[in-house]
Structure formats: C-alpha cells, structure tokens
Design a protein around this ligand. Sequence first.
Ligand code: AMP
Length: 388
Amino acid sequence: MSAAASGPVIGILGGGQLARMMALAGLPMGLRFRVFDPHPDACAGEVVPLTLGRFDDAVALERFADGLSLATFDFENVPADSVRALNACVPVHPGSAALATAQDRLVEKTCFNALGIPTPGFVAVADRAGLDTALAVLGAPAILKTRRFGYDGKGQFRIRSAGDADAAWAALGAQATTAGLILEAFVPFQRELSAVAVRGRDGSFSSWPVTQNWHVDGVLSISLAPARVAREVEQQAIAHVRALAEHLDYVGVFALELFEVDGRLLANEMAPRVHNSGHWTIEGAETSQFENHLRAVLGWPLGSTAARGHACMLNFVGAMPDVRALLQVPGAHWHDYGKAARTGRKVGHATLRADDPALLAERLERAASVLGHGVQVTRVVAQLHGNP
Ligand code: AMP
C-alpha cells in the first residue's frame, strides 16, 4: 500500500485567516489544502501550500485546479467569470449564482425582498442627479454604499442631511460606473445580529444560534452567542437563512447580517462564506463553522450546530494584546493569525466561553482589563445580565 496521503484535496480561493482556520479544522479530518491568493504574505500560506495569482486570471485559476477534489472560497469578490471557468475543471462550492447574488448589494437586497426577507429601504444610484432622487425617496439620514467590492464598512458614506449629498458624491461618485452605487435608508437599529447557517450537498440544513454583534467604524469588534433574543426573533432569522439557502441552492456555510428594530429583523447583507461572527463556534459549538463548511462542500453529513454554553468573541484589530494576561482569564482561547500588525487589520481574536451567562460576564470583565474593548464590554455584560 502506498504511504502517500490520499484524502480529498481542497483548493481555497483566498488565503487569509478564514482559509487558515478552515485548513486548521480540516487537517485533523485527513483533508489536504492548497490556497490561492495574490499576496505572498497571505497567512493561510503558513499552514498549507500557497499558489500566488490574481483572482481575475482565469488561466492561473485553471492551473490551480489541477489535482484538486473541489474548490471553495474565503473571499467572495472573485469575478463570477473566473469561478465559472474554474467550475469547468473542478466542482466549486458555493456556486457562482450564490456568489453573484452576494457580490452586488442591489441584486442581493432585491433577492431578499423577493423571498419575503425585509431590508432597509434602498434605491440604485446611477449618477449625481440620481442621488438627489434617491434621497427624495428615502429621506435622510441614509448611507451611500458601493454595490460591489465593499467590506468592513469600506465604500460607504453616511449622509446625515440632504446637504451632505455633494460630499457623499465627492467620496464615492467616481465608483458609480465601476462598482455601482446604492442609497440605503439609515436604520436606527437596537441590535445587530447575524445568523450563520450551513447547507449540505443533499439539502440538509442547520443554523447556529443567532449571534449579537458590535462594530467599531464598520468593523466587527465583539460577537456574543447565543444572542439574548426573543424566540420569535430567533425563528424569523432562521426562517430567513433557510429561505435564502434553498433559493440559492447553497452549499456550504454562509452568514446573514441583520438589524433588529423593535422586534423586527431587516437584512443588511449576506456573506457567502464562513464569517467572522461565527468564529465563536470553534470553542462554543458542538461543530465549528469551519468544520461544517468542509463537511458540506465534501457532501459529508453535517455536525450539530448546538451551542456549548455561552461564548463571546473579541476581535483584535491592528495589533495583538498580551497573550499571557488574556489567557489568565478562565475559559479564554487565543487565536493569532500570524499577520503583521497594521492599523485596521484583523490580526487575531479570542473567544471566552462559560457554561452560564453570569460566569461569562465575569470572565469578560476580567478580559476587558487586559484588552481595549472597554466600553463595548460594558454593553455585552449588560446583555448577559438580561439588560439590553
Ligand atoms: P456593511 O458593510 O453593510 O456590513 O456595513 C457596516 C456597518 O455599517 C454595519 O455593521 C452597521 O453597523 C452599519 N450600517 C450599514 N448599513 C446600515 C444601515 N442601512 N443603517 C444603519 N447602519 C448601517
């Protein structure tokens, strides 16, 4: 018998921390990986072989596909044409239809509404006059966003009153033809939630408990799971992700970001991949989002998405804190992505876990004295004590 490894080989488009955590989840299951990324310092390249190439280089992608069992993503802005070309060589999950929907905020929100998933009001903006028309329809405050290529709050301009229209256009107008623009009504939400779900190749479906998220400057800072939401809100969220997964014939893990306003949910956007607000599942759920994504794309049975107690994920943006101080907190788990420190860059995260909310609150307060998440930790602790 040959001594060579024989498990499936999975190609991941994008070699960031999501690919790295996916590979770290899959290696114990006998899976092998290769990642494709334009950056030589892509952090998944520290744990699995990295192929350098541009996402719009269909020829390089086809070469990458050679020897793979299947391909998946850690980055959704791969051109749909490249994905179609890749799919001719090797099965790609999720498919190009789901990606194309998630890549364009206008297409995405139109799809949500068609499925009966409510969204903030929105109007497409083609030119400067179109911005005035959209503002007349939606009123202010509103947010002008690029339809494509935006992430972590980038490609957005908050319009507080109609007088801000010129400034918004100066900031984003140049992208009207390249990325497209959309104006969205500003939602005075009480909470930001996300539903992370998984659908298998056989249509099996499961979702993790809804997560509450806190952002700073459009970047995720803290996630708490299970979110302390009313049963009806949880059920609404699950119904939305299920409808979306079935409509898109989705295979793999995805996230739906939601605003909660007076007990109602409005969908902001979907991410057709494992998601930052699902990192808590590594220690806080029976099966992590990374393992279940792999099981789904391989056509393997899905694992339980039940929570193991209560978990809070704290993102490290810019630089890592002191590992020894944080790990003194019981129930703390440390994740360093091996990325160079840089302003605004996600470089790692920690997850605190506890069997009950009061204990998690206590652990969070201890962690807050080490980390810079002070003000927000107070809000998370209030949630854990049942005071939204
Ligand atoms: P996005 O890139 O669409 O996920 O937006 C980043 C963050 O901006 C969200 O997590 C919200 O905190 C905020 N945001 C985006 N859209 C809206 C909206 N329509 N109303 C209020 N806040 C928003």
